[in-house]
Design a protein around this ligand. Structure first.
Ligand code: MEV
Length: 430
C-alpha cells in the first residue's frame, strides 16, 4: 500500500532516483517499475497488438504527486507529451490535500449497447413486442459470459427508443444495459448486441442493422469533489479571495460559452487522458464520452463546476462518463499498464475511475488558477524552454542553463537557442 504520495524534492532527482523513491513510497520493488525504463512494450508484443506493426511509439511517463483519493494516498502514473500538465496536477493535489483530498465515487459499470432495427411495418408495436420478451432477451445475454455473471456483472436492462424521423425514415434502437464489472466492456457489449440480433429480428419482423456500444457511457459515471481551503489559494500579490473568485468567474465563462467550454474541458482531459493512456485504456472512447456528455443538455458546456462553501473555501466538482477497465485488452498485455495498476494499488475499475476523475478535477483547477491570475504562459514557458533547448541540441547541464537564459530573455525560440549554443560552443573551442 502506498505510504505517501507526497515526495518532497522529487522534481530535482534524476530519473533513476525518482524510480527508487516512487517504489519506496508505493511499497513496491524497483523491478515493479522496470517497464517504465523501456517503455514497457517490446516490438514483438506490439506486433501482437496491431496490424502492420513496425515498432513502438513512446511518451514521457511522469508521476502525479500529492494525490489523496477517498482518504487513500496514491501516486498517479501520467503518460503525456505536454509540459506543465503533471506539475499542475501535482501542485493542485497538494492544495486539495490540505482540504482532505478528493472525494470520488463511481456508478455501477453499466455500459450501453445499441441495436438499430430497420424495415418495421409498425415501430410502435415492434417496440412493445421487444418489451414483452425483455426477460428472455436479458437471460440470453447472461448466458454469453458465465464468468462475468459470477463476478456480479451481466445484463441489467433493455430500453427501446423510437426515432420517428431520420434521413431514412423511422426506425427503432434497442439499448442493452450491461454491467461489465472491471472490463472496459467494448468486446462484451458488442458480442452481446450481435448475439441478440437474430432473436430481435424474429420478434419484430424487422432487419437489424448496427450492433455496437455507445461511447456516451452516461450510465457509467465517475464523480469527484474537492475543497481548497481559502488560505491555500493565496500567492504572491493575490489574496485567497481574489484567486477563488477568479477561478469561479473563469468557470462561469466555460459554463456559458461553448467556445470556452471546449478549451476548459480540454484542460480536464489533459489529466484524464494521461492516466487513461498510462493504464492502457482507450482514450478515444473517454474523449468521445466526455464531450458528448458535456453536450447532453443540447448545449455544450463545462464538465466541472466551481463555487464556494459556507466558510468561503473553493469547492470543485467533476462528473463524466468513465468507461475504463483493468482487465482485458492492452490493460492486461501492456507491461507498463500493469505497472501503473500496481503503482496505484488498485483492485477494481471503479477505483481507477475515481482516481482519473480526481486528476481531471485537479488539472482543471491548475489551468483555471493560472488563467485567473498570472496567465498560462509563465509556467508553460519555463518548461517549453527546456524542450526548445533540447531541440536546439543542448545536452546535460546545458539544458537547464539554456532554458533559464531563454526565459530570462523572454525569447523562447529555437533559432535563438541555437545561436546561444553556438556561442557557448565557440567559447569552449577557443
Ligand atoms: C492547455 O493544454 C489547457 C488549457 O488551455 C486549459 C484551459 O484553458 O482551461 C490551459
Amino acid at each position: 500500500m502506498t505510504q505517501t504520495s507526497r515526495i518532497p524534492g522529487f522534481y530535482n532527482q534524476d530519473l533513476e532516483k525518482r524510480r527508487e523513491l516512487a517504489a519506496q513510497a508505493a511499497a513496491l520493488t524497483r523491478e515493479d517499475l522496470l517497464p517504465y525504463l523501456t517503455g514497457g512494450l517490446s516490438p514483438e508484443q506490439a506486433g501482437h497488438m496491431v496490424e502492420n506493426a513496425i515498432g513502438t511509439h513512446a511518451l514521457p511517463l511522469g508521476l502525479g504527486l500529492n494525490f489523496v483519493v477517498n482518504g487513500r494516498e496514491v501516486l498517479v502514473p501520467m503518460a503525456i507529451e505536454e509540459p506543465s500538465v503533471i506539475a499542475g496536477a501535482s501542485f493542485m493535489a497538494k492544495l486539495a490535500r490540505a482540504g482532505g483530498g478528493f472525494q470520488a465515487t463511481a456508478s455501477e459499470p453499466n455500459m450501453i449497447g445499441q441495436i438499430q432495427i430497420l424495415n418495421l411495418a409498425d415501430i410502435y408495436a415492434a417496440r412493445l413486442a421487444i418489451y414483452e420478451h425483455k426477460a428472455e432477451l436479458l437471460s440470453a445475454v447472461d448466458e454469453i459470459d458465465p464468468l462475468l455473471k459470477k463476478l456480479g456483472g451481466g445484463a441489467r436492462d433493455l430500453e427501446v427508443r423510437i426515432f420517428e424521423a431520420s434521413p431514412i425514415g423511422p426506425f427503432l434502437v434497442v439499448h442493452l444495459i450491461y454491467d461489465v464489472r472491471d472490463a472496459m466492456g467494448a468486446n462484451a457489449i458488442n458480442t452481446a448486441c450481435e448475439r441478440l440480433a437474430p432473436r430481435l429480428e424474429q420478434i419484430t419482423g424487422g432487419r437489424v442493422h448496427l450492433r455496437i456500444l455507445s461511447n456516451l457511457a452516461d450510465q457509467r459515471l465517475a464523480r469527484a469533489r474537492c475543497t481548497i481551503p481559502l488560505n491555500e489559494l493565496a500567492f504572491e500579490e493575490y489574496s485567497g479571495e481574489q484567486v477563488r473568485d477568479g477561478i469561479i468567474a473563469a468557470w462561469a465563462f466555460a459554463a456559458a460559452d461553448p467556445y470556452r467550454a471546449a478549451t476548459h474541458n480540454k484542460g480536464i482531459m489533459n489529466g484524464v487522458d494521461a492516466v487513461v493512456i498510462a493504464t492502457g485504456n482507450d482514450w478515444r472512447a473517454i474523449e468521445a464520452g466526455a464531450h458528448a456528455y458535456a453536450a447532453r443538455s443540447g448545449r455544450y458546456t463545462s464538465l466541472s463546476t466551481w463555487g464556494k462553501d459556507a466558510a468561503g473555501n473553493l469547492v470543485g466538482t467533476l462528473e463524466m462518463p468513465m468507461a475504463v477497465g483493468i482487465v482485458g485488452g492492452a490493460t492486461k498485455v501492456h507491461p507498463a499498464a500493469q505497472a501503473a495498476i500496481k503503482l496505484m494499488g488498485i483492485q477494481t475499475a471503479a477505483e481507477l475511475a475515481e482516481i482519473i476523475v480526481s486528476v481531471g478535477l485537479a488539472q482543471n483547477l491548475a489551468a483555471l488558477r493560472a488563467l485567473a491570475t498570472e496567465g498560462i504562459q509563465r509556467g508553460h514557458m519555463s518548461l517549453h524552454a527546456r524542450q526548445v533547448a533540447i531541440a536546439a541540441g543542448a545536452r546535460g547541464e546545458q539544458i537547464e542553463k539554456l532554458a533559464a537564459q531563454l526565459v530570462a530573455e523572454k525569447t523562447v525560440r529555437i533559432d535563438r537557442a541555437e545561436e546561444i549554443l553556438r556561442q557557448w560552443n565557440q567559447g569552449h573551442n577557443d
